[in-house]
Design a binder for this molecule. Sequence first.
Ligand code: MN
Length: 260
Amino acid sequence: MYSKKLYGFIFLVGLSIFLMLENLYPHTSMASSLENNKTPILSQATVVAQNTSDFVLPPLTYDYDALEPYIDSQTMTFHHDKHHAGYVKNLNEAISPYPEFQGQTIEELLLNIDTLPEDIQTTVRNNGGGHSNHSIFWSIMTPDSEGEPTGELASTISRDFGDFAALKEEFNTAGKKQFGSGWAWLVMNDEGKLEIINTPNQDSPLLEGKYPIMGNDVWEHAYYLKYQNKRGDYLDAWWNVINWSEVNQRFLAAQDFIDQ
Ligand code: MN
C-alpha cells in the first residue's frame, strides 16, 4: 500500500522534472530532430543556412565603411542594422507560433512556401526572402575584390554569356529595368545554365526553383543616400566590391543544388 503510493510519488516527481526540462529546452530537441531529416545539399548551402529555431542577423565580416567609395558607411549601417534586422525580427515573429517549422533553414522555408500555414506565407515570402537575399548580399561583397570572376564560374560565364562584359551588361539592364523595389540576380536554372533575372520586392529566386548565385539590391534604401535617383551609377560601381571567390563557392553550391 505504502510502496504503491511511494512509486506513484516518484513517478510524478520524475514526470514533473521531465516536463520542466522539456519546457526549458523545447527548441533544442526540435531543431536536432529536424536537422537529422535535412537533405545533404541544403546543409551545404553557404552562409544563409541556419539550423536554429531563431534566425539571426549575420554580422558583417568587414567594417561599415570598408566598401567606400562605392557604398557609403551610412548606407551600410542602416541597411544592415535596421533593414535586414527588421526582416529577421518579422520572420521570427511569423514562425514563432509554428514550432514544427522552426528547425528549417531559410532555403527550406522558401522552397516549400506553399506548405506553410496560409496566414504566414506572405510574411515569410517578404521577410524570409529579405533575410535570405541580404545574407547573400553581404557575403558576396568585399573591400578586396579580385575584379573579375574566378574558378569554374569564369569558364561557365564564357559558355553561357560569351564573356564577362556581356554578363555585366545584361545584369545591369535587369537591375535598371526592375520597376520599383527588387533585385537583379545571377542564378542557375534547373538545367544547370546561368541566367540573369530580376525579382520584385524581396522575392527570392528560390521561389521559382532557381538558385541565387549573386544578387544586387536595387531598393532605394541600398543606394539613395549616395546615388539618389542614379541607380545606373550604383549598379556600375557595385562591380568594384564583388567577392568573386565567394560567388564561385555559391556557383559550386548551385551545381549541387541542381544535381540533387
Ligand atoms: Mn536591402
